[in-house]
Design a protein around this ligand. Structure first.
Ligand code: NAD
Length: 485
């Protein structure tokens, strides 16, 4: 298989927060990898803009070290390539809230290239950056801005953020990143659903028993404790990442693969979500385990009631999904790191093989990590004599196997999304109304916890989460899929 890397147009990409953790761990090594893959034209330039008083050489050194530390091992040793990448870098010390550095930034920008501005800074600076980009005449009507999560803390703050950006930029210029949407498998989910005849006719409550979406992490809150404790799993994961996955699974086929057509369909799903019954949600908080502290130690608050785990049952009130529950769960310090969507089909209406053959169900599993890929469980006859006994076998498509060496060049989520910004393709970015609708659904759930003085259930670090989450499924005669190590 020959991989097709299509170079993007020449660009000036300014990374506000270009010295920060996200820039050093993800954005810059990702850009380097795109260059090494031949996707970045010679004229492409990247300008770091942050508070630190660095000169160009100092920034180049910092980025070199970041690539050495966080880059893809296959490209790290390519010293000539790194030099080539560093040549494209520039730096300006800037004050997002003041006037320092803005004229210098303007002086660095070129005409006739794509202009993109990545806001890799806290959301409290989004409005300041947007305003100054305009007042200094740096960003015109064709410029693009990229904003990071968290996009708001609730509906009110999300609306305020949208308004502060909308005061200076049109919606078609704003790229709200949810890096889950940049994952290869997530896009493959759309390819599988809408590129095959096989699945879509079965993709509804008549044939699908239920759907499980799991995003399990082994890490705790680590150094992010003070941020996380104000947020919790509901805001940090469910409102954005799990919601986006849910939308892509549940949405109607868009008329075309075009940003607004796709986002219109996602928005309809969010608006059709049922209010969640408080009995259908379990919140958890990890306890200390043999290999690490508990949540409350991590956030240094012995009375914290923030959840590090959520499991819930959600319904969608529309013709396609009425009667099919969606079970979502996400948490930290769980047994394994695993993200997957499982579409569990119903039993056959009648087993011609009798009860001794056992009950078997088709399950389509979409794995986001580790080993991105898909697996379809089908029922076959157990080989050999002894009558008709049935067994499940996976039809497995791991991308690494299917694509061979080309899989190594599959861009990671950040790489792909940044290249989409340069191409001007918003399909994999959240629109303002989508984000607001997701908060409008999330807010009453969180408010309910506050009103009821809800205390999260403790769970052992390294386990599968609180027992109540198992009960949530058992009550419905179902069970969670194993979080495999
Ligand atoms: P960070 O604290 O490591 O870096 C912040 C950057 O912003 C620095 O470069 C700093 O110089 C710059 N900055 C701060 N105040 C400034 C000002 N007044 N003027 C100009 N520059 C200023 O933060 P981070 O972890 O890189 O996160 C950046 C954003 O990305 C945040 O909104 C965060 O929530 C989001 N995010 C981060 C991660 C991650 O893995 N780090 C993941 C998802 C989202």
């Amino acid at each position: 298989m020959v991989s097709r890397v299509i170079p993007v147009d020449p660009f000036d990409l300014v990374i506000f927060g270009g010295t920060g953790d996200l820039a050093r761990r993800k954005i810059l090594p990702g850009l380097y990898r795109r260059m090494a893959s031949g996707q970045m034209p010679k004229e492409a330039r990247i300008i770091g803009a942050a508070r630190s008083e660095l000169d160009r050489a100092g920034y180049q050194q910092m980025v070199k070290e970041a690539i050495e530390e966080f880059g893809d091992p296959r490209h790290k040793s390519d010293v000539a390539g790194v030099g080539d990448f560093l040549e494209r870098l520039d730096y300006v010390a800037i004050d997002a809230k003041g006037e320092g550095g803005w004229p210098e930034l303007k002086g660095l920008m070129r005409d006739g290239v794509v202009k993109a501005f990545y806001f890799s800074v806290g959301p409290s600076l989004f409005g300041d950056l947007a305003e100054r980009l305009k007042s200094h005449g740096i960003a015109g009507d064709d410029a693009r801005i990229v904003v990071e999560k968290p996009f708001g803390h609730d509906l009110g703050s999300a609306r305020a953020l949208n308004a502060s950006l909308a005061a200076h930029f049109e919606e078609h210029q704003i790229y709200r990143i949810d890096h889950y949407l940049g994952k290869e498998t997530v896009q493959n989910l759309m390819a599988v659903r809408f590129g095959n005849m096989l699945f879509e006719p079965l993709w509804n409550s008549q044939y699908v028993d239920h759907i499980q979406i799991t995003v399990a992490e082994t890490v705790g809150v680590g150094g992010r404790g003070s941020y996380y404790d104000k947020s919790g799993a509901m805001r940090d994961m469910v409102q954005n990442h799990l919601m986006q996955l849910l939308c892509l699974i549940a949405m109607e086929p868009p008329a075309k693969f075009d940003p607004d057509a796709v986002r219109d369909e996602k928005l309809k799903v969010i608006r059709a979500l049922d209010e969640v019954d408080p009995h259908h949600i379990v919140r958890g908080q990890y306890d200390k385990g043999p290999d690490g502290p508990g949540y409350r130690d991590d956030v240094e608050d012995a009375r914290s009631r923030t959840e590090s785990y959520v499991a819930m049952k959600v319904g969608i009130s529309n013709w396609r999904w009425a009667g099919t529950p969606f079970y979502l769960r996400t948490g930290k310090r769980l047994r394994a790191r695993a993200s997957e969507i499982a579409v569990v089909f119903k039993d056959t209406p009648h087993s011609i093989f009798g009860p001794e053959a056992g009950l078997h169900r088709n399950i389509l599993t979409i794995r986001l990590q580790p080993n991105e890929g898909m697996e379809l469980g089908v029922t076959i006859k157990e080989p050999g004599p002894g009558g008709m006994r049935l067994m499940d076998v996976p039809l497995d498509m791991s991308f690494a196997d299917a694509l061979g060496p080309d899989a190594e060049d599959v861009p990671d989520a950040y790489e792909r999304l940044i290249m989409d910004v340069i191409r001007g393709n918003q399909t994999l970015f959240m629109r303002g109304d989508e984000v607001e609708a997701a908060w409008a659904w999330t807010d009453p759930i969180i408010q309910g916890w506050i009103d009821r003085h809800d205390v999260p259930k403790p769970y052992d670090a390294g386990s599968s989460g609180p027992d109540d989450a198992l009960a949530l499924m058992h009550r419905d005669g179902r069970k969670w899929r194993d979080i495999k190590v």
